[in-house]
Every structure is written in C-alpha cells, then in structure tokens.
Write a new protein. Structure first.
Length: 468
C-alpha cells in the first residue's frame, strides 16, 4: 500500500460504515466528535512526532504504520475486539507494558514444551542437512520469542492484542503483524504487514456486524454477478468471488457456494455447515430452497451421520422456529410412507431424473442403500454377490472376476445414465434466486454415487436456465 493518501479514503469508509452499523441499544455510545466528523481516528501525527517515537523505540517504523500515523495519530475500534490503537506517544514494546503477561504465558508454555521434549528449540536437521518442519512445541518457542520482542499496537481490547515483529521484515521494510486473542483457541495469527492486519480487522468487522454502506453494496453486487456467471457455466471464478464475499459476511455467498461445493465434493460436510441452526438462518429455513432441495439432504445426512458427528437435523428439531419444525416433521412423515419418491424439480425434469434413477436402482451394481457408518464394505460385498447371482453364464466365477465384471457393468451403466442426466439439465429450473444447482440429486443414493467430482464439474459447467 504505497503512499499515505491511500489510507485516508479507506479509513473514511471504515468510519462511515462503523457508525452506520452502530447499535445504540447494545453498543458503547459513540464519542460526539466521532459522530460529528464521521471519523474514528484523530488528528494526523507530524513527521517530528513520528521521528520522536522512532527515536524512543530505537527503530524506524515500518512504512504502512508510518503512513497510517501521518493520517491519524491512533485509532478507535480497530475491528470488533480491539477498542483503541496506539498513537505515536503510546507505541511501546510489549515487554514494557501492562500487557507483558502475554509474554509470560507463552514463555511458560514454551518452558513446558521444552521440558517435555528435552529441548525448546527447532527440530534437528534431517539426513539431507535440511531443517525439519517445526513441530507444535517448536512453534510455541518461536511464538514466545516473537512476543518478547514485539511492538504493541493496541491499547484496549477484549482479551486481544495487535503486535508487530521487528525481526520479521520484508523487502519493503514491512514488519510482520500479529493478532492474538486468548479466547480464539489459536496462537498468534500472522499477517505480512500492519496494513494487511488492518484490512483483516475491517473484514472481520463486516463479517460480524454486516453494516450498510459501500462495502456491503459492492459485495452484494459481486455475488449477484458471480451467481449469473455460475448459471452460465463458470465454476472457479464464482467460487472465488463467493469465498471473498464470505469474508465480508455475505450469507448469500455462503448459500450459493455451498451448493456448488456439495456437488463437487463433500456434500455431507457442506449440508451440516449450511443447515446447522442459528437464529440468523430463520428466513432461509422458511424459504423454498430449504424445503425443496436442502431438507431431503439433511434427512439423508442424518441416516448416514456418525452419532458424534455434526448433525443438523436434531438441532433443527430442537431450536428452529415452529414452522420449520413442522416442515421437517411433515417431510419425515411423507418420506416414511410406502412408495415415497423424492422430487427433483419441475415435472419434466423430475420425470427425466427419476427415469435415470430408477434404471440405476434396478441394477444390482447400484443397489447400495444408505447404511450407518461402517456398513459400506459389507453392502458392497452384497452388490458383488447379487451381480454373480444375476449372471447364470458364470456360476463358478471367482470373486476377482465377478468383481471386475460388476465394475465394468457399473461403468457402462454410469456413462449411459450420466449422458441422460446431462441431457435433462435444460429442463431444470431454480426454485429461488439463491438456487443455482440441482443439489437434490444427492438425496438419492444411486444418483449421488453417479456424480463424481469430474462429472459434477461437467454439470456445473453446463449453462442452466435461471428463469422460474
């Protein structure tokens, strides 16, 4: 980030959005001058004040911090958990402040690690003379050393500090920056510079508070653009946009990205994360996407889930609003009825998909019902046995030959079924503006087995009609 002028518009935008997102009923009142000036900062430091701080510290400050101080000599509310950043007069080495307990705690951790390992240093070189990767204990030692030499940036926070490491300097003179919170469950989080750390704090504020303003409008527009590109057959570019929008708390991006990732890989993990109940999901859970596409996956997920896994269905039944609980109850009751059939979308698409699914399910190679964890291999052995019984020409075939024949038949049938499923895709229609892929296909065991990652990418690369 070159040039101090780049800080001012960014910090002005941050200030305006912080004020717009302020909740007078829950948040600490804003200082009158903050509201009057729409500015979380202070007056700029002079060059002389910056140089005086550098003389006192014995080091020239990194460029992005220097430029920041020349725009504002300190800062209020650097994210949700740091309430004040130091100005030139307040910059100090962590070891010389009341916050030195961070050093003491990490030194204690490092000493315990050293006592357990017999030394507290990096692992020894390997056979090639190259250093091994550091283990957790060695990282703890290095973190303790970093804290002991670090410059404290934050003055007040919620058991959280922001730091700079003067011994970790890049070619531009930037010092590595760190965020550390006792409640995070993580150690110090490293960033390449003070500028990068501030950008992360800004993103974190947006993710947690979702204030109105230019940033929210920008990412909402980007998500909509990426949605249209995804429906037109793009894959990687929309996923990248959705990932960036996620950092700014745009929930729509999470819903859209999860559908693509369900098809591309771990649908069970995506379903568990997306449907795990929290109050901000109420509108989503009452919408058509959940009722028609996600709920069948949640129910199938429950059949497959390990008892100690993340299981969204019991949580929905306990904590979701009454209309959602009633929706779940009605669906489970229908699914338990004899002859129940999944619905995959509009009538024409639904009929075409069922024709494919029925053909797969009628073949022994695809008769692998949903089973509790640990039953998969047994079920697949049944498939091989069924296929052998279905082949009277080779009653004495050995297991390897039977398995090979079953795999060949399954591959041929899969290719044919996949061709027919893709041919039906033009009949698919989304149920809402947040629906970009036919994820209900994964609720059928045979179809889910058919959709490999490569085939999922082929499906997502096929343009899909967005009209409803």
């Amino acid at each position: 980030m070159g040039g101090r002028v780049a800080w001012r518009p960014f910090l002005e935008q941050w200030s305006a959005e912080w004020i717009a997102g302020h909740d007078p009923e829950q948040d600490t009142p804003l200082e009158p001058e903050v509201v009057r000036d729409t500015w979380l900062g202070f007056a700029p430091a002079s060059e002389a004040e910056v140089e005086a701080a550098e003389a006192r510290l014995g080091r020239r400050l990194p460029p992005s911090l220097r430029e920041f101080l020349l725009v504002t000599d300190g800062w209020r509310d650097a994210g949700t958990f740091v309430y004040r950043l130091a100005g030139t007069a307040d910059l100090e080495w962590l070891r010389d402040t009341d916050d030195r307990h961070w050093i003491e705690v990490w030194q204690e951790f490092a000493e315990e690690a050293a006592a357990e390992d017999g030394d507290g240093d990096e692992d020894e070189d390997d056979e090639d003379g190259e250093p091994d990767e550091l283990d957790d204990d060695a990282f703890m030692v290095q973190e303790a050393r970093m804290l002991a030499r670090s410059l404290r940036l934050s003055l007040e926070g919620d058991a959280a500090v922001m730091l700079l490491d003067p011994d970790d300097v890049d070619e531009d003179g930037e010092w590595a920056a760190y965020w550390l919170a006792s409640w995070s469950g993580e150690g110090p989080e490293r960033y390449d510079s003070f500028h990068d750390l501030m950008r992360q704090q800004w993103r974190s504020f947006h993710a947690l508070r979702r204030p109105p303003g230019e940033t929210r409008d920008h990412w909402d527009a980007e998500v909509e653009r990426a949605r249209r590109e995804a429906l037109a057959g793009a894959v990687d570019e929309p996923l990248a946009v959705f990932a960036r929008a996620h950092e700014f708390g745009r929930r729509r991006a999470d819903v859209l990205a999860a559908q693509m990732r369900m098809l591309l890989g771990d649908w069970r993990g995506e379903v568990a994360a997306l449907a795990w109940y929290r109050p901000e999901l109420d509108d989503f859970l009452l919408g058509p996407l959940f009722a028609t596409e996600l709920l069948p996956l949640v129910v199938r997920h429950e059949r497959l889930a390990h008892p100690h896994a993340l299981r969204p269905l019991p949580r929905l039944k306990e904590y979701a609003p009454a209309p959602v609980r009633a929706l779940v109850e009605r669906y489970e009751a229908r699914a338990a009825e004899p002859g129940f059939r999944l619905s995959f979308g509009p009538p024409e698409f639904d009929a075409a998909v069922h024709a494919v699914a029925d053909r797969l399910a009628a073949h022994p190679a695809f008769q692998v019902p949903d089973e509790p964890p640990g039953r998969g291999p047994a079920s697949r052995s049944i498939v091989v046995t069924m296929y052998a019984l279905d082949d009277p020409e080779r009653p004495g075939a050995d297991a390897a030959h039977v398995a090979h024949a079953a795999q060949a038949a399954q591959a041929a049938l899969s290719d044919e079924a996949w061709h027919d499923l893709l041919a039906a895709l033009p009949l698919w229609r989304p149920v809402s503006d947040d629906h970009i892929a036919p994820i209900s296909l994964l609720a059928h065991p045979a179809l889910a087995a058919l959709i490999t990652p490569a085939r999922a990418r082929e499906l997502l690369s096929t343009p899909r009609d967005a009209t409803r």
